[in-house]
Structures are given as C-alpha cells and as structure tokens.
Ligand binder design. Structure first.
Ligand code: AHR
Length: 511
C-alpha cells in the first residue's frame, strides 16, 4: 500500500470513529405502525413495444427459446426470485383500446388489432386473458386487470369479471369452460379505465367520477369470497383536484382504491438519454423522482379529509424513470437502458412508499420487460437483469413487514436535494431491515443510526452501486452492476455508523 493511500485510510478511520456523522437517523419502535403491503412491490406489463410480444411472450410454437405456454422460462425464473406480488395488465393507454373478447378462444379465430398508441403495430391477440392469468398463477402473483372504459362498455367489463371469476353456470363462465378453463381464476384487482384525463378518454374529473359510479355498480365478485377491488383511474403527479373530485363524488362503497401516476420525467419534450446523461440531467431526474414524496403526502392529505377512517387506498399504479428510447433497437418503443440513476430512483421512491404504508397499498413499476424502467431486458434469446431488478430483489425484505417509522434528524444536501433517503421495517421473524440511499454523485456520507432501543446481534449488509452513475448491465457484460457484500459499518453502544459511498444503495439486516 502506498503512503498516500495509507494516509487516506487513516483519515477515513478517524472520521469513522464517530467524530463527524453528517446524517443522523432515528428509528421509532412504535407498535401501531402499519404493515408495508407487499403489493407496493408490484409490476406492470403493457402491450407496448417489446414488453409482451418479443419480450415476455415468444409464442408456444417457439422452438428456440424455452417457454411455458409461450412465456419465456428464463423470465419466469427471474421473476419468481423477486416474489412479485401482483402484475397489472394489459395497459396503460393500451387498456382503453383493448376488447378482451378478441383475446380468448381458438387462436386462429382471433381478430388482429392495431396498437394505435404504441407504434401502430398489428397484433394477433395471441396473448390474451388465459395466458395472462395462467402466468400470474405460475408466478404466484395476483392479477390486476385494467379494464377498458375509454372505448369499452359497462357490459364488456361486467362480462370480463363474470368470465374470469364466476364459478357457477353463466354465459361467460360457460364460455370460459369451453375455452379450456374449468375453475375461475382469483382476480381481485380491477382498474376502471386508465389515465381517463388523457389517453383513456380525455375526460374531466367530474365526468369521470359519474362514469366511474356507473361502471362500479355492475362490478361484483360473484360472492366467491375473494372480494373485489375497484380502482379509480387517478391523477397524474400534482393534479390534486382530480383526487379531490373523486373522493367528494364517489361513495366509498363503490371504490376501494384511487390511483396515482408519476414518472421521474423533468421535461416531457426532452427527456434525455438513458445512458449518456450528464450530471445536470441526473440532478433534474432526481429532483423529479424525489417529488414523489410531496405528491403522495398531498394526495393522502386530501384522502384523509374525506375518508379519515382509511377505507380507500392509494395505488401508485405507474411509476419509474422515463427517458428517450434507444434509437437502434428494432420495435424499441419506450425501450431504454437502466443505470445507477435508476437504482437511485427505485431506492428513494420505494422508501417513500414504505414510509407512507398507512395509505399506499399498491404500486406498479413501469414496466416489467423491455419498456421504461424495466427489471428485465431481452435481445432475442438473451436476457439480462437490470440494476433495478436488483433493487427489487434487495427490497423484497420489506414485503408485508411492519414499518418502523424513521426520522432523519439531520440530513445533508446535494444541490438542495436531501442526499440520504431511508426506510425500515421488521419482518415476521423479528428481523430488522434498513434501506438507505445516497443520491450524491460525488461524495460518500457517514450516517449515524440510533439503534439503542433495538437488540442487534448479527448485522450484515449488501450494497448496489458502480463506479459511474452511467454504468449498466449489457448483453455483453450482464453482471457489471449487481449487489455485493458491504462491510463499512460498525455498531457501538447502540449507535450504528455507516459510510455510504456515493450514488449507492444499501440494505442492512439486523438480526
Ligand atoms: O407506461 C407507459 C404509459 O404511461 C402508459 O401506457 C400510460 O398509462 C402512461 O401515460
């Protein structure tokens, strides 16, 4: 070791003696804290670019790529490791053009459709309701069907529910049996339109609230005991009037959840590249990603005003980073790479959702394969896990764990943004987990966590980071970014000191 390096190490050790923690965190141990719904770790797959066709679904007759009922086996295996709790389908904007009856029955008889929102591609409807619901069963994920309000009918939606969930004799249940499925599936989550203020019909909030009431009236679980969750198409970002109008005008016996969409986009006309971004673009993206906390807080405040008992949940059923698509990818509509910047987005946003677990009961990362902030990318027979995949894997310890509310007593700033984000939980076996993110692209920070009220025996940690913010996993180098063991922490007299490197994410396990 040269003398300069030794000096640096000594300096680091000196600081690490506890002289100068720049960030101080307190963890409360309250008994009445909510459970973090596992559904916050949900996903979203739309008929868009290469998400379904050429991504997830390669067709049953494909002899090159191993598959189960047409869905790639490598993707199934990767998703199983994530314990994905739910999957939203078929859109997005696509949902309000989709007529589900086109996608059931013999494949040869299914009509084609043109995907008008996403590239004008012609689809053959070979991936339909049976394929999707069977896939959910295989993954152990609950399906979330997003129904067509913009160009559909009340009857069409009522029929879809009967087709998928009715156990008795009925026109739709009989048709399902004819199509090869005897028993109904379990489908609890139903979206009533998508972005009805935009691609779902350009409606006003008042008009949609009325339409919603009409649709919701004819939605039933057929007494099958699974219950039904009717999810109202919600606001975008800070459109608080939308949430207020729904909460004011829809009776709570007709609505189980209100949605919210928020992407980390700083300029919809110039979103910037997914890999070759500079520090200025990084800063702007993070500023927008961190706004999620303000949006969620304010939408919840409105919901609390009308529904203090918390009967209606908030579902953030689309979130993630959105950049300019990679130009060289064939049918790469909304195909983007995924870097350490995406790790920062996912880590901070998921911390926000965990911390608002009292009302945020579901969230869906957009999107699962080859679209936006995907966890998986494919190139013909090749498949890679993105850095965001690893965040979802590291954070799964929070699924259904009890929230431990945290307070950042002192934080430090990166260009005015708080550098450290945190959330913590206690799992059913009594294990504690703390997820920390340092968004600072230049400096590590020493974080002091007061654990004096906890009994910590064998702490361990993993870290997700890379040398450069722009680093990513490619088909040539698929493991450049992956979690590693992390040891730069110590505990003394109930105080934990962690030196969290620049642009990195850490999950601490305290058993
Ligand atoms: O996720 C891509 C699109 O973003 C969805 O189709 C739409 O709901 C949103 O605007």
């Amino acid at each position: 070791m040269n003398s300069k390096l030794l000096l640096l190490l000594c300096l680091k050790l000196l600081i690490f003696q506890g002289i100068s923690a720049q960030v101080k965190i307190k963890i409360e141990k309250t008994e009445d804290a909510p459970q973090i719904s596992k559904h916050i770790y949900g996903h979203f797959a739309e008929h868009l670019g290469r998400c379904i066709y050429e991504g997830l679904y390669v067709g049953e007759d494909n002899k090159i790529i191993p598959n189960t009922e047409g869905v790639r086996n490598d993707i199934i295996a990767a998703l199983k490791e994530l314990d994905i709790p739910n999957l939203r389908w078929p859109g997005g904007c696509f949902a309000d053009t989709y007529h589900w009856k086109d996608g059931v029955g013999p494949q040869s008889k299914r009509p084609t459709i043109v995907n008008r929102w996403w590239g004008g591609t012609t689809e053959d409807n070979s991936f339909g309701t049976h394929n999707f619901l069977n896939l959910c069963e295989l993954l152990g994920a609950e399906p979330y069907l997003s129904a067509n309000v913009g160009s559909g009918t009340v009857q069409e939606l009522a029929d879809w529910i009967q087709y998928t969930t009715h156990d008795g004799i009925s026109p739709m249940a009989d048709w399902r049996r004819e199509n090869g499925r005897e028993k109904p599936w379990k489908v609890k989550y139903w979206g009533v339109g998508n972005e009805t203020w935009g691609c779902g019909g350009n409606m006003t909030a008042e008009y949609y609230a009325n339409i919603y009431r009409q649709y919701a009236t004819f939605m039933t679980d057929w007494g099958n005991g699974d219950g039904i969750y009717r999810i109202a198409s919600g606001a975008s970002e800070d459109d608080y009037n939308w949430t207020e109008t729904l909460m004011k005008n829809v009776p709570f016996n007709l609505m189980e959840a209100v949605a919210l969409h928020d992407y980390a986009v700083f300029d919809w006309n110039a979103k910037g590249p997914s890999i070759n971004f500079d520090e200025e673009i990084y800063f702007k993206t993070m500023k927008q990603a961190l706004n999620m906390d303000e949006y969620v807080t304010k939408h919840i405040a409105i919901m609390d005003k009308y529904d203090p008992e918390g009967k209606v949940d908030l579902f953030v059923d689309e979130w993630g980073g959105w950049y300019d698509a990679e130009p060289e990818v064939k049918n790469g509509v909304l195909y983007q790479q995924n870097t350490i910047r995406d790790v920062m987005i996912a880590g901070t946003v998921l911390n926000t959702f965990n911390n608002h677990a009292r009302r945020v009961k579901m969230a869906n990362l957009a999107q699962m394969v080859n679209v936006l902030q995907a966890v998986i990318l494919t190139d013909e027979e090749k498949m890679i896990k993105t850095p965001t995949y690893h965040v979802m894997h590291m954070y799964k310890v929070h699924q259904d764990a009890k929230l431990l509310p945290t307070t950042i007593v002192e934080n430090t700033k990166y260009r005015g943004l708080p550098v450290i984000s945190v959330s913590a939980s206690k799992d059913k076996n009594g294990g504690y987990h703390i997820s920390l993110v340092n968004i600072d692209p230049e400096k590590s920070h020493i974080v002091e966590i007061d654990l004096s009220r906890f009994q910590v025996k064998k702490p361990s940690a993993s870290i997700l980071t890379s040398e450069k913010l722009q680093d990513y996993n490619s088909f040539e180098n698929p493991e450049k970014v992956k979690p590693k063991e992390f040891k730069d922490f110590k505990i003394k007299s109930g105080i934990m000191l962690v030196e969290i490197p620049k642009h990195s994410l850490i999950v601490l396990e305290l058993n």
